[in-house]
Unconditional design. Structure first.
Length: 159
Protein backbone atom coordinates (compact mmCIF):
# COMPACT_ATOMS: atom_id res chain seq x y z
CA UNK A 1 0.00 0.00 0.00
CA UNK A 2 1.32 3.46 -0.91
CA UNK A 3 2.09 5.92 1.85
CA UNK A 4 -0.43 8.71 2.37
CA UNK A 5 1.03 12.18 1.83
CA UNK A 6 0.10 14.00 5.05
CA UNK A 7 0.54 17.74 4.62
CA UNK A 8 2.07 19.47 7.62
CA UNK A 9 1.97 23.19 8.31
CA UNK A 10 4.35 23.72 11.24
CA UNK A 11 3.76 26.56 13.68
CA UNK A 12 6.95 28.55 14.14
CA UNK A 13 7.64 30.95 17.01
CA UNK A 14 7.03 34.55 16.02
CA UNK A 15 5.47 33.84 12.61
CA UNK A 16 2.75 36.43 11.87
CA UNK A 17 -0.80 35.08 12.10
CA UNK A 18 -1.60 36.47 8.64
CA UNK A 19 1.23 34.42 7.14
CA UNK A 20 -0.04 31.26 8.84
CA UNK A 21 -3.60 31.95 7.69
CA UNK A 22 -2.42 32.33 4.07
CA UNK A 23 -0.50 29.04 4.31
CA UNK A 24 -3.53 27.31 5.85
CA UNK A 25 -5.71 28.46 2.94
CA UNK A 26 -3.15 27.15 0.43
CA UNK A 27 -3.21 23.87 2.28
CA UNK A 28 -7.02 23.76 2.14
CA UNK A 29 -7.04 24.50 -1.57
CA UNK A 30 -4.52 21.73 -2.25
CA UNK A 31 -6.16 19.05 -0.13
CA UNK A 32 -9.80 19.80 0.52
CA UNK A 33 -11.13 21.59 -2.55
CA UNK A 34 -13.49 18.71 -3.39
CA UNK A 35 -13.99 17.31 0.11
CA UNK A 36 -16.27 19.83 1.83
CA UNK A 37 -19.88 18.65 1.57
CA UNK A 38 -22.62 21.29 1.30
CA UNK A 39 -24.79 21.59 4.43
CA UNK A 40 -22.75 18.97 6.33
CA UNK A 41 -20.66 19.52 9.48
CA UNK A 42 -16.92 19.81 8.89
CA UNK A 43 -14.61 19.49 11.91
CA UNK A 44 -11.56 21.70 12.13
CA UNK A 45 -9.49 20.00 14.81
CA UNK A 46 -6.66 22.00 16.29
CA UNK A 47 -4.55 21.78 19.38
CA UNK A 48 -4.43 25.29 20.79
CA UNK A 49 -1.43 26.06 22.99
CA UNK A 50 -1.53 28.09 26.13
CA UNK A 51 -2.32 31.76 25.64
CA UNK A 52 1.07 32.99 26.91
CA UNK A 53 2.93 30.51 24.73
CA UNK A 54 4.06 31.97 21.40
CA UNK A 55 3.85 28.57 19.73
CA UNK A 56 0.09 28.11 19.31
CA UNK A 57 -2.40 28.25 16.46
CA UNK A 58 -3.75 31.76 16.23
CA UNK A 59 -7.50 32.52 15.89
CA UNK A 60 -6.80 34.07 12.46
CA UNK A 61 -5.80 30.64 11.16
CA UNK A 62 -8.94 28.94 12.48
CA UNK A 63 -11.01 31.80 11.00
CA UNK A 64 -9.38 31.38 7.57
CA UNK A 65 -10.01 27.62 7.50
CA UNK A 66 -13.58 28.03 8.75
CA UNK A 67 -14.13 30.63 6.00
CA UNK A 68 -12.86 28.15 3.40
CA UNK A 69 -15.39 25.56 4.59
CA UNK A 70 -18.25 28.08 4.72
CA UNK A 71 -17.52 29.37 1.19
CA UNK A 72 -18.05 25.82 -0.06
CA UNK A 73 -21.35 25.42 1.79
CA UNK A 74 -20.04 23.34 4.71
CA UNK A 75 -20.82 23.96 8.37
CA UNK A 76 -17.46 24.38 10.15
CA UNK A 77 -16.87 23.83 13.84
CA UNK A 78 -13.57 23.99 15.68
CA UNK A 79 -12.45 21.46 18.28
CA UNK A 80 -9.25 21.31 20.27
CA UNK A 81 -7.01 18.62 21.70
CA UNK A 82 -6.78 18.28 25.44
CA UNK A 83 -6.51 15.35 27.81
CA UNK A 84 -10.25 15.05 28.28
CA UNK A 85 -11.07 16.28 24.75
CA UNK A 86 -13.66 18.78 23.63
CA UNK A 87 -16.52 16.47 24.64
CA UNK A 88 -16.17 17.26 28.35
CA UNK A 89 -18.08 20.08 30.02
CA UNK A 90 -16.12 23.27 30.49
CA UNK A 91 -12.77 24.45 29.23
CA UNK A 92 -10.03 21.84 29.33
CA UNK A 93 -6.44 22.78 30.20
CA UNK A 94 -3.91 22.41 27.39
CA UNK A 95 -0.81 20.67 28.69
CA UNK A 96 1.25 20.53 25.49
CA UNK A 97 1.73 23.44 23.06
CA UNK A 98 0.72 23.19 19.42
CA UNK A 99 2.95 21.54 16.84
CA UNK A 100 1.12 22.61 13.71
CA UNK A 101 -1.72 21.69 11.37
CA UNK A 102 -2.00 18.36 9.56
CA UNK A 103 -4.19 17.80 6.53
CA UNK A 104 -5.20 14.73 4.55
CA UNK A 105 -8.47 13.02 3.72
CA UNK A 106 -7.03 9.80 5.22
CA UNK A 107 -8.00 10.15 8.90
CA UNK A 108 -5.90 7.15 9.99
CA UNK A 109 -2.75 8.66 8.45
CA UNK A 110 -3.49 12.06 10.04
CA UNK A 111 -4.06 10.57 13.50
CA UNK A 112 -0.94 8.38 13.26
CA UNK A 113 1.15 11.34 12.07
CA UNK A 114 -0.23 13.47 14.90
CA UNK A 115 0.72 10.85 17.48
CA UNK A 116 4.20 10.38 16.02
CA UNK A 117 4.89 14.12 15.81
CA UNK A 118 3.76 14.64 19.41
CA UNK A 119 6.05 11.83 20.63
CA UNK A 120 8.94 13.32 18.66
CA UNK A 121 8.25 16.87 19.84
CA UNK A 122 7.68 16.18 23.53
CA UNK A 123 10.09 13.27 23.93
CA UNK A 124 7.44 11.00 25.38
CA UNK A 125 4.18 9.35 24.47
CA UNK A 126 1.64 11.99 25.51
CA UNK A 127 -1.34 9.64 25.31
CA UNK A 128 0.32 6.92 27.38
CA UNK A 129 1.25 9.65 29.86
CA UNK A 130 -2.43 10.62 30.11
CA UNK A 131 -3.93 7.11 29.94
CA UNK A 132 -1.27 4.44 30.72
CA UNK A 133 -3.86 1.63 30.67
CA UNK A 134 -5.18 2.51 27.20
CA UNK A 135 -3.92 1.20 23.86
CA UNK A 136 -4.84 4.23 21.74
CA UNK A 137 -2.66 2.94 18.88
CA UNK A 138 -5.16 0.11 18.30
CA UNK A 139 -7.32 2.65 16.43
CA UNK A 140 -4.68 2.82 13.69
CA UNK A 141 -4.71 -0.91 12.88
CA UNK A 142 -8.49 -1.09 13.31
CA UNK A 143 -8.93 1.85 10.92
CA UNK A 144 -6.85 -0.02 8.36
CA UNK A 145 -8.93 -3.17 8.91
CA UNK A 146 -12.09 -1.17 8.25
CA UNK A 147 -10.55 0.25 5.09
CA UNK A 148 -10.86 3.89 6.14
CA UNK A 149 -7.17 4.72 5.92
CA UNK A 150 -3.57 3.70 6.30
CA UNK A 151 -0.92 3.93 9.02
CA UNK A 152 1.73 4.43 6.33
CA UNK A 153 2.43 8.10 5.66
CA UNK A 154 5.04 10.57 4.56
CA UNK A 155 5.08 14.18 5.70
CA UNK A 156 4.92 16.95 3.08
CA UNK A 157 5.84 20.19 4.82
CA UNK A 158 3.96 23.26 3.61
CA UNK A 159 6.11 26.40 3.60
Amino acid sequence: MAKAAVHFLPVRDGEPAESLAEKALRLCNEIFENVVVRDRPCAIKQHFGEGKNTNFVKPEVARAVAGFVKERGGCPFVTDMAKNCDCMAGKQPIEYPNIGILARTDIVAVDKTSADLAIERYGKDVWRDWWPESDYAAQFSYGEELGIGSRAYEIVEVS
